[in-house]
Design a protein around this ligand. Structure first.
Ligand code: SF4
Ligand code: SF4
Length: 225
């Protein structure tokens, strides 16, 4: 089990994100990574979105900048998020059915865009998402990314994820507020939510050290988000 690593894990994640962004600029195709990670997703959850995807990283950095600039942060209430978060799965279904929109194909298209293969309008739309990310966490990932949706669906039965030591939890709700995918971690004993991107932000945020990454504690104890 990986215990909480304070902010060190976030520094490591930042370094990995930068490394993959540089690799993409030099021609690396992140889809290869994504496809090879699929079997691991079944067991351990989605990490591509939180650690590899350049578009996800860019949105994280915009969010960081927005916080530094003290811009207002918008957070979709859980009562609305419950329904709104379905949108990316609807887009994924549409793509699977052959109704293709290049801009909704996710991070792979972003990496292609960096190599000039897509129209400038795609860059403009991505720019809008990055601007939005100054105010709201990962707007593209949360509501539009079909690549993330595909991986999320593979992850719903995973055995390893964010787990909570309820004896330590003070129900402060900070983990829910910090989650870039707007998952209500505070009301979950074991995160098996398909939108979880394995960023460990919730673990880094919890001052009670109530959260860790590990094996599902058992169906009787686990409440799924
Ligand atoms: S941040 Fe920690 S203490 Fe607060 S609700 Fe989340 S798990 Fe509990
Ligand atoms: S639940 Fe934790 S690891 Fe998953 S997306 Fe939210 S903050 Fe990241």
């Amino acid at each position: 089990m990986v215990k909480k690593g304070k902010s060190k894990i976030q520094l490591i994640r930042f370094a990995v994100q930068v490394a993959f962004l540089v690799a993409v600029v030099y021609g690396f195709n992140t889809k290869q990574v994504s496809d090879r990670m699929l079997p691991a997703i079944l067991l351990a959850g989605v990490f591509f979105c939180g650690w590899v995807c350049p578009l996800g990283a860019a949105q994280d950095w915009c969010a960081w900048l927005g916080r530094k600039l003290h811009l207002p942060r918008l957070r979709v209430p859980q009562s609305v998020q419950r329904y709104l978060q379905i949108s990316r799965y609807v887009f994924y279904l549409l793509l699977t059915l052959g109704i293709s929109f290049a801009l909704l194909k996710g991070p792979y298209q972003f990496s292609r865009m960096l190599h000039g293969e897509l129209l400038s309008v795609a860059a403009a739309v991505m720019g809008i998402f990055l601007l939005a990310a100054l105010f709201i966490d990962r707007p593209f990932c949360n509501y539009f990314c079909t690549g993330g949706a595909r991986q999320g669906l593979w992850s719903v039965l995973r055995f390893f994820s964010i787990r909570k030591d309820t004896s330590r939890c003070g129900s402060c709700g900070q983990c829910s507020k910090a989650c870039p995918m707007n998952i209500d971690v505070a009301h979950t004993d074991f995160v098996r939510h398909p939108n979880c991107i394995g960023c460990f932000t919730c673990i880094s945020t919890c001052r009670q050290k109530a959260l860790s990454y590990g094996l599902c504690p058992g169906k009787k104890k686990a409440k799924h988000s």
